[in-house]
Design a protein around this ligand. Sequence first.
Ligand SMILES: Cc1cc2nc3c(=O)[nH]c(=O)nc-3n(C[C@H](O)[C@H](O)[C@H](O)COP(=O)(O)OP(=O)(O)OC[C@H]3O[C@@H](n4cnc5c(N)ncnc54)[C@H](O)[C@@H]3O)c2cc1C
Length: 260
Amino acid sequence: MEKATVLVIGGGATGVGILRDLAMRGVDVMLLEMRDMVHGTSSRYHGLLHSGGRYAVKDADAGRECIEENTILRKIGRHCVEATEGYFVRLPEDDPAYEKEWVEACKKINLPAIQIDTAEAWHLEPNLTHRAQAVYRVPDAAIDGFRMAWQNIDSAKRYGGRVKTYTEVVKIHSVNGQVTTVTVRDYFTKQQYDIACEFIVNAAGPWAGQVAACANIPVHVQPDRGTLVAFNHRLTSRVINRLHKSSDGDIFVPHGSITI
Ligand SMILES: Cc1cc2nc3c(=O)[nH]c(=O)nc-3n(C[C@H](O)[C@H](O)[C@H](O)COP(=O)(O)OP(=O)(O)OC[C@H]3O[C@@H](n4cnc5c(N)ncnc54)[C@H](O)[C@@H]3O)c2cc1C
């Protein structure tokens, strides 16, 4: 029977990051992904490397984490990041009191939000509305989730990490509360077999509840797909955020020749 000290279930951004981290620490680790890598949310997202501006007011901890991780990812995944920078733009109908609150919140989480002249913003972003009342520059960026995942996998493999794709976990076995084996199903042959392990990391994103159920553990997950609109051209060079309480459809992220 194949063995690994740790089995990571799920080959999205979370799973591949954990795979690399554990492999670099010398842990015997194997990742199991039921389809191909980044089959889940991590290939169907906005691709915004958040500066933290979106969360500064409503969730300072998340905002702080964003700016810290943003700085790290620019260093360790430079070729996956397009350093576009971003603008937060207030329109006449947006509450000026929120702008003040947002500026203070950005200071508290050490996010450099620098106000720039609207004329300069229009010069640099000709498609930006001339109704803009205030514009702030933040270190937002565009990130390529596919490249980032493959970089993590390549690196993990160099440290001895192993990956099995098209391998779905269907049952988790334990004895006295200690996990012992998982049963997996090969997507192509439909054959089932066991892999021995000591620890499991459930990195199955929206499927986390189903994976937990394989070990008879209730985890309530209410998945929500969300909707993204892709424009077939690049509207702006920078990420454009609306400076109001974060809501739906209020960010443009440029990616290569398109905008999401
Ligand atoms: C519409 C939308 C836009 C977003 N935009 C952004 C953004 O701009 N910036 C940002 O930072 N975040 C964004 N997010 C959030 C981000 O995409 C997610 O937080 C992230 O992708 C989650 O990654 P994950 O690895 O946890 O889950 P996933 O990427 O969903 O990975 C889970 C993996 O587990 C696998 N799996 C499931 N069950 C099993 C099983 N039984 N056996 C083996 N494998 C299994 C799946 O196939 C899948 O590949 C967005 C999310 C959504 C929905």
